[in-house]
Design a protein. Structure first.
Length: 213
């Protein structure tokens, strides 16, 4: 079995091929992080039909290359941080590759699943909800400053917008408050539309994956 260790960086990746039986360094190549160079790396690796890829930080800097390799039927393992030095120096010490593979300092990497798909809109929805909360707080503060008696904490944005449009400010400061409040109300309207849309996407994906949670 030939182990091809990948040391990924933002713009380049370094690959080192090692014979897992002897720990002999069979050669290295550095590529750019691009589809064309991925193809060149694959061509280079085909001289060892019995191969496995050991990618450092396969869920981080090595994520894109890892998923590209898996999509082409390659076997890939993610090297844990405790084994990073051994991956970078695969040809040293006589036990590097064997020790990494025998002691379990790795995990097999699978194609991205429904969990990965859900994580994308899920994280986006969390950010939108937080942003919605901040804007609602800002709008509430402006409404309290504009209207006698203020405004209930749980207010309706559309009703607030209607009241703001009908409001006649007496001072330049109130005119500015009214204009900013109307802008925030518009931002909230767009945000809530985005939240509803992304929530629908999440529900559709949950239905597709068949989870009972």
């Amino acid at each position: 079995m030939i182990v091809i260790g990948i040391d990924p960086h933002t713009s380049t990746h370094t690959a080192t091929a090692v014979d897992s039986a002897t720990n002999r360094d069979l050669g290295s190549v550095r590529i750019r992080a691009s589809f064309d160079d991925y193809a060149q790396l694959m061509t280079w690796s085909k001289q060892w039909p019995d191969r496995i890829w050991a990618v450092e930080n396969a869920s981080g800097l090595g994520h894109h290359l890892t998923q590209w390799l898996i999509g082409r039927g390659e076997a890939v393992v993610d090297i844990q941080s405790t084994a990073t030095t051994r991956v970078r120096e695969l040809s040293r010490g006589g036990r590097g590759v064997r020790r990494v593979l025998s002691q379990g300092d790795f995990r097999p990497v699978a194609p991205e699943s429904h969990t990965d798909v859900l994580r994308i809109p899920g994280g986006g929805r969390i950010d939108l909800v937080k942003q919605n909360g901040r804007l609602a707080t800002q709008l509430h503060a402006l409404l309290r400053a504009l209207f006698p008696g203020g405004m209930e904490r749980e207010f309706d944005t559309e009703e607030a917008a209607r009241q703001l449009k009908a409001f006649g400010p007496d001072t330049a400061a109130d005119a500015m408050r009214r204009n900013i409040a109307l802008e925030i109300a518009g931002d909230l309207r767009r945000l809530r539309f985005q939240i509803d849309e992304i929530t629908t996407r999440i529900k559709t994906e949950l239905t597709a994956c068949g989870t009972q949670l």
